[in-house]
Design a protein around this ligand. Structure first.
Ligand code: TYM
Length: 327
């Protein structure tokens, strides 16, 4: 079985962008692949987090994984910080990473722009991400479009390590959806949908109540035309809504266009909202059941055991090859 690894930051509410870009594929891949899905709490603290909020969000993201359909018997679900090999290999990878490589990362440029003080962890973030992936010898990494650059660096670091210290790491590949790899904001189709946007109307959170979802979609920015047509260059807002529709309703772009031909945006937005609600309502129901069941910590503790076994074996091999005295 091919190995899959991916993760999400518990730095706020998960959005429909996270679901369409990545989580939906986690659920699909667990059937055919050997999967590791983690909550990357160590990455979340690269920007300041309130301790109570970090804890709540970490549990919430783990519960959302399960609520979305990840079966903890089929896949290994764990918190990054509970497997100390991540922090350790993260450091080793940092020493192999060039400053210039990190300076080129667009996520770092975006997140640090205009900030007075920027934590060093935000800069070295991609080296830790490389460690996450390489510790498990992952073949495939399901992510959205915005992680492509980090993945490219991971591949470079794996090759650099192999070249210097001998064949050790597999070179991982991205698993990026053709449609939905970059879900855009509802208020501005030039920005990606993001949980860190201060305007909550710009994103749909997976835990938004159905009426909130309906309101946000009805208020989503469109254009002054009335044609439901997929044309990202000239109709970026409507095209974004169409791609969301295809992903939540399992329809093709052509099917959606035909369905609303000559009808304007009203009926299209209304049905889109219902399609999103149809996906989110059962997910939210399962989310509440999981949180109330008190099972979450047990599931995460089991995941930690399984992940640590694999990760520690790899870390030992890496340290031996680098010349550390391994006792
Ligand atoms: P994060 O937490 O920002 O996002 C989690 C996943 O959701 C995808 N995503 C989107 N996809 C489509 N449209 C959007 N608007 C959108 N917003 C987010 C992201 O591409 C991602 O797949 N660096 C990672 C976390 C990470 C990781 C890893 C991922 C740490 N270690 C190892 C894979 C493997 C991140 O910040 O994701």
């Amino acid at each position: 079985k091919l190995r899959v690894l991916s993760g999400m930051q518990p730095s706020g509410q998960l959005t429909l962008g996270n679901y369409i870009g990545a989580l939906k594929n986690y659920v699909k891949l667990q059937i055919t692949h050997d999967c590791y899905f983690m909550v990357v709490d160590l990455h979340a603290i690269t920007v300041p987090q309130e301790p109570a909020a970090l804890k709540e969000q970490s549990e919430s993201v783990a519960a959302l994984y399960l609520a979305a359909g990840i079966d903890p018997k089929a896949a290994t679900v764990f918190l990054q910080s509970t497997v100390s090999a991540h922090a350790e290999l993260g450091w080793l990878m940092t020493t192999l990473t060039y400053m210039g490589e990190l300076e080129r990362m667009t996520q770092f440029k975006d997140k640090s722009a205009g900030k007075e003080s920027v934590g060093a962890g935000l800069f070295t973030y991609p080296s830790l991400m490389a460690a996450d992936i390489l510790l498990y010898n992952a073949d495939l990494v399901p992510v959205g479009d915005d992680q492509k650059q980090h993945l490219e660096l991971t591949r470079d670091l794996a090759q650099r390590f192999n070249g210097k210290f001998g064949e050790t790491f597999k070179i991982p590949q991205g698993y990026i959806p053709e449609v939905g790899a970059r879900v855009m904001s509802l208020d501005d189709a030039s920005k990606k949908m993001s949980k860190s946007n201060p305007n909550a109307g710009s994103y749909i959170a997976l835990l938004d109540a159905p009426d909130v979802v309906r309101k946000k979609i009805s208020r989503a920015v469109t254009d002054s035309g009335r044609e439901v047509k997929f044309d990202p260059a000239n109709k970026p807002e409507v095209s974004n809504l169409i791609s969301i529709y295809t992903q939540v309703a399992d329809k093709t772009i052509a099917e959606v266009e035909t369905l609303y031909e000559g009808q304007g945006y009203g009926p299209f937005k209304k049905d889109l909202a219902e399609a999103v609600v149809t996906v989110l309502e059962p997910l939210q129901q399962r989310y509440r059941e999981i949180r109330e069941s008190g099972e979450l910590h047990r599931i995460l503790a089991e995941g930690k055991e399984r992940a640590a076994e694999q990760a520690e074996r790899m870390l030992k091999e890496v340290k031996t090859k680098m010349g550390f005295v391994v006792l």
